[in-house]
Design a protein around this ligand. Structure first.
Ligand SMILES: Cc1cc2nc3c(=O)[nH]c(=O)nc-3n(C[C@H](O)[C@H](O)[C@H](O)COP(=O)(O)OP(=O)(O)OC[C@H]3O[C@@H](n4cnc5c(N)ncnc54)[C@H](O)[C@@H]3O)c2cc1C
Length: 418
C-alpha cells in the first residue's frame, strides 16, 4: 500500500512504524510542516500500561523510549504554605522532542520516508495519489475541517486558560500541583520532571483571572515574567521558558475538547488529536494517539478491506476515547470549579484533587498509599469529633450531627433500595 501520514507527531510516526512492522512492503511518507527538531511543548506523561502496549507492538522503540523516561511515584500539593505528598501513583515522563526524535530514528531505520518542512495543503490532493491518507495533523487538523460534513467535529473550548512552559527548576521527586492566590484570583501550576534538568510547568487559571492580569494582550515574555513572580517561591530562582516562539502574541489557550461523529472519509482516516483530544490534566493525549495508531494498523491488516478496517477501528477505539474523555472531563471540570474547593483544609482539598477524575476511589487510594489515606481518615474523624484513641475508620462510618440529632454514621438507605 502507498500511505501518506499528514503530520509527523506521535500519531503519524507511530502509525507509520506500526504499519511497516506488519508489512515492510508498504511505501509510507510522513509529511511534516516543521523541521525534524522543531516542537511545541515540553514533556508528556505516559503510564506503565502504555509502555507495555508499545513494547508488545515494537520492542525496539519501546526500549529506546523506556531508557529515556523519568519515573516518579509521588504527587505533591502546595497550598497556603503547606506541602502534602502522597505516593504510589506511578507515572513516567519523557520530553516531547526526545519522543519524536526516537520515533523518527525508528521510522528511518524501517525505511519510512520522512518529509520535513512540507506543508500538506489539502488531503484531497493526496487522496488520489495514495491508497491511504492518515490525517495525523493534530488538534487544529485541516483535514478534519476539509471533510467536516462527514466527520462532523464537535469542538468545545473549555473554560480555563493555560500556557505550556518549561523550567530547569527540579520537580524530580513528585508530580507537583501548586496553587497560588493572587490579587486577581487563583493561579495554579502542574509541574513534572521529564529529563535530568528540565520540567514541564503548565500554568492555568480561570478566564476572569486571565482577563484581570491582561495575559491576552501581553507578549509571551511579559506573561512569563508575571508567572515567574506568581510562582517565585517554587522556582528557586530558575526562569520559566517558552518554546512556542513561532506563535505570535500570547501562547495561552483554552483547551479544545475534540470529538468527531465519524473518523473516516473514503480512503482518509483521522488519528490522534485530529480525531479526539483528552485534557492534559489526566495526561492521556499521547497515550490515545499511539494506542489508536496500533489499533488502526491492526485493523488494516486483519480486516478484509479498508472500509471494514475503518469501521472496526472506530468501533474499537471510540469506547476507549469516550472513557478517557469522560475521566478528563471530570478532571478539567474540577479545575474549572476549583474555587469551590479552595476554602477546604489542605488535607481535604488534596483528597478532592486526587479523586477528581473519579478513576481513583477511596479504596484505590488505600492501595496506592495506605499511610497517607489513614492520615486523611484520621483527620476526617477529628473534624467529626471522634476521640483520637478510636480506631481509624472510613469517613462513611464517622458520626454525623444534624442539629440536635447525632447519627452514628453517614449511611442513608432510600426507601426504594429497602
Ligand atoms: C499543555 C499540554 C500538555 C500536554 N501534556 C500531555 C501529557 O502529559 N501526556 C500526554 O500524553 N499528552 C499530553 N498532551 C497532548 C499531546 O501533546 C497530544 O495529545 C499528542 O501530541 C497528540 O499527537 P498527534 O500526533 O495526534 O498530534 P501532534 O502531536 O499535535 O502532531 C501533529 C503534527 O502534525 C503537524 N501538522 C499539522 N498540520 C500540518 C500540515 N498541514 N502539514 C504538515 N504537517 C502538519 C504538526 O506540525 C505536528 O507535528 C498535552 C497537550 C497540551 C496542549
Amino acid at each position: 500500500m502507498r500511505i501518506a501520514c499528514l503530520g509527523g507527531g506521535p500519531a503519524g510516526l507511530y502509525f507509520a512504524i506500526s504499519m511497516k512492522l506488519r508489512d515492510p512492503s508498504h511505501e509510507i511518507d510522513v509529511i511534516e510542516r516543521n523541521r525534524a527538531d522543531d516542537t511545541f511543548g515540553w514533556g508528556v506523561v505516559l503510564s506503565d500500561e502504555t509502555l507495555q502496549n508499545l513494547a508488545a507492538n515494537d520492542p525496539v522503540s519501546a526500549k529506546a523510549i523506556g531508557e529515556n523516561f523519568a519515573y516518579w511515584d509521588d504527587i505533591a500539593l502546595h497550598l497556603r504554605g503547606e506541602r502534602l505528598v502522597s505516593t504510589g501513583h506511578g507515572f513516567c515522563g519523557i520530553g516531547r522532542m526526545k519522543l519524536l526524535l526516537l520515533l523518527q530514528d525508528r521510522a528511518r531505520e524501517l525505511g519510512i520516508n520522512l518529509k520535513f518542512e512540507t506543508n500538506a495543503d489539502s488531503a484531497e490532493d493526496y487522496r488520489h495519489s495514495y491508497d491511504l491518507v492518515v490525517a495525523s495533523d493534530g488538534l487544529n487538523s485541516r483535514t478534519r475541517t476539509l471533510y467536516q460534513d462527514t466527520f462532523k467535529p464537535d469542538i468545545e473550548e473549555r473554560l480555563c486558560q493555560f500556557v505550556w512552559l518549561g523550567t530547569h527548576q527540579k520537580f524530580a521527586d513528585a508530580f507537583t500541583f501548586i496553587f497560588e492566590e493572587t490579587e486577581h484570583g487563583w493561579v495554579w501550576a502542574h509541574a513534572y520532571q521529564f529529563d535530568d534538568d528540565t520540567a514541564t510547568f503548565i500554568v492555568e487559571c480561570a478566564q476572569d483571572t486571565y482577563d484581570a492580569f491582561g495575559f491576552g494582550e501581553m507578549s509571551q515574555q511579559d506573561s512569563i515574567r508575571v508567572c515567574e513572580e506568581i510562582f517565585k517561591d517554587h522556582l528557586g530562582g530558575h526562569p520559566l521558558m517558552t518554546n512556542a516562539n513561532h506563535i505570535r502574541g500570547s501562547a495561552w489557550i483554552r483547551f479544545p475538547r475534540v470529538l468527531c461523529d465519524k473518523w473516516s472519509h473514503e480512503n482518509v482516516v483521522l488519528l490522534g488529536d485530529a480525531a479526539a483530544t483528552a485534557h492534559f490534566s489526566i495526561g492521556s493525549g499521547t497515550k490515545l494517539a499511539v494506542e489508536s495508531a496500533i489499533a488502526l494498523a491492526d485493523c488494516l491488516h486483519n480486516e478484509r478491506d479498508m472500509a471494514s478496517a475503518f469501521a472496526r477501528y472506530e468501533q474499537d477505539r471510540r469506547l476507549e476515547v469516550l472513557r478517557l474523555q469522560s475521566a478528563a472531563r471530570n478532571s478539567l471540570e474540577w479545575f474549572e470549579h476549583v474555587e469551590r474547593y479552595l476554602h477546604l483544609d489542605p488535607v481535604q482539598f488534596n483528597y478532592s484533587m486526587l479523586t477528581r477524575s473519579q478513576r481513583i476511589s477511596h479504596e484505590n487510594l488505600r492501595l496506592r498509599d495506605p499511610q497517607w489515606l489513614q492520615s486523611a481518615e484520621r483527620w476526617f474523624m477529628n473534624q467529626a469529633g471522634v476521640s483520637p484513641e478510636a480506631p481509624v475508620r472510613t469517613p462513611m462510618f464517622t458520626p454525623f450531627s444534624l442539629r440536635a440529632m447525632e447519627l452514628k454514621n453517614r449511611i442513608v438507605v432510600s426507601p426504594m433500595a429497602q
